[in-house]
Design a protein around this ligand. Structure first.
Ligand SMILES: Cc1ncc(COP(=O)(O)O)c(C=O)c1O
Length: 404
């Protein structure tokens, strides 16, 4: 890899993957790796999913890309499928290429219709990689909900609390990420989110659910906001909805669609509303539906979380948390995290290494037996670290044993 700039902030451990199947990747030597981060949350149905790949083949043989003045019916069918799994029936969708872009367009729409320029977000929300969301010095009100963790009223959040009262009245939109993805995997309390939504709505601001990671059944519901008893005005969807193909969807409710008819808004990009991406989106939704993967994610998630919980030893693993098939493992230090990560890769398992935290987001299709192999391997690595003398005794015993 001499000619490719690696600026992800992560080390490239396996430079040449040549094949894949389900939860597995295979390198040029035939070594198998279990991909427990689903290619940065994207391959929700596993690698090389046969139904999705068949749709890709069929769609590229008719039309994969269109221009501004011609389209294909598949767009409308895919939009219908998306709307049917949200609270936004009667709304409309725009198909784009990345999660960052879906958030960007919705933020622009919100500012266009409200005429305001202030965004509300939680302090640990990751919204994408565009400079408009990275630079939070101007045009943002960042709500630090860290304090809520120790607040005695956090279950029944007090709407009169000072922190909530500090939220400005002229918020254009609250971009709510229902489960912080950027390494932390934290789920803010329901009462807090309901109060924040009420405050923003009272001031006529909009609610955007950022479902780039929490959507597509990941948390055991179609979307993460559905755990919160709220109804967003807009939803950004990405990653898993393309099963590895770069497609995202920005969804708007019917009131916004009506607003935009009266106050036209323009956004045009070469790969907007492409038939290939739309065909994939529709098939991903059908596969999830046909295999009952939303309920399965909830069910398997509980079992896997309890298995991870059994590894908590307050020595190396300090704690675990999760919702559906989205987990975090807190480790004692970055150094230990890096060492265990390297050992896992060596033994054929890939998790997302965030230093003193592993994020684990397996494909929705992973089996209990496959996850069990990972648990056994991690358990063996932890045991060996805690009791290195046992390993030494075993190898000494092997050396001492007379040849047969
Ligand atoms: C919560 C969240 N939102 C948005 C994005 C941006 O999506 P993309 O990388 O497709 O632009 C990410 C990316 O990791 C994310 O985790």
């Amino acid at each position: 890899m001499n000619n490719v700039l690696n600026c992800t902030g992560h080390d490239l451990k396996i430079p040449n993957i040549v094949d894949s199947e389900g939860v597995y990747l295979f390198d040029e030597n035939g070594t198998q790796y279990m991909d427990l981060e689903s290619g940065v949350w994207c391959t929700a149905l596993g690698h090389k999913n046969s139904r999705v790949n068949e749709v890709i083949r069929s769609q590229i043989n008719s039309i994969m890309h269109t221009g501004f003045c011609y389209s294909n019916e598949i767009l409308d069918e895919a939009a219908k499928s998306i709307l049917s799994i949200t609270n936004l029936q009667g709304g409309k969708c725009v198909f784009l290429c990345s999660g960052s872009e879906a958030i960007e367009i919705l933020r622009q729409v919100s500012r266009h219709v409200t005429g305001r320029d202030k965004t509300l977000a939680l302090h640990d929300a990751y919204l994408g990689s565009y400079s408009s969301v990275i630079n939070r010095n101007e045009g943002w009100h960042i709500f630090d909900w860290q304090k809520c963790k120790t607040c005695p009223k956090s279950i029944k959040c007090d709407p009169d609390c000072d922190e909530l009262q500090d939220i400005p009245e002229d918020i254009a939109e609250f971009i709510f990420e229902p489960g912080s993805a950027s390494g932390f995997v934290r789920f803010p309390p329901i009462g807090l989110i309901q109060n924040m939504v009420n405050i923003v709505r009272k001031g006529n601001g909009k609610i955007i659910a950022n479902e780039v990671t929490t959507g597509t059944a990941r948390t055991g519901k179609w979307f993460g906001y559905q755990h919160y008893g709220i109804e967003p005005d807009m939803i950004s969807i990405g990653k898993g909805i393309g099963n590895g193909y770069p497609v995202s969807v920005a969804v708007l409710n019917s009131a916004l669609v009506k607003d935009l008819e009266e106050r036209p808004y323009k956004y045009s990009q070469s790969h907007q509303n492409d038939p290939l991406g739309a065909a994939i989106v529709r098939e991903v939704i059908h596969v999830i539906d046909d295999h009952n993967l939303v309920a399965e994610a909830a069910k398997k998630g509980k079992v896997f979380l309890s298995q991870l919980n059994m590894l908590v030893d307050n020595e190396i693993i300090l704690g675990v948390r999760g919702r559906g098939l989205m987990f975090a493992v807190d480790l004692v230090s970055e150094e230990v995290g890096d060492e265990i990560f390297d050992e896992l890769v060596e033994k054929g398992f890939i998790v997302c290494n965030r230093g003193s935290l592993f994020r684990i987001d397996p494909p929705l299709t992973i089996s209990a037996a496959e996850f069990g192999k990972f648990i056994d391997t991690l358990n063996a690595i932890l045991t060996k670290r805690k009791m290195p003398h046992i390993k030494q005794m075993q190898s000494d015993a092997a050396k001492a044993a007379p040849p047969i």
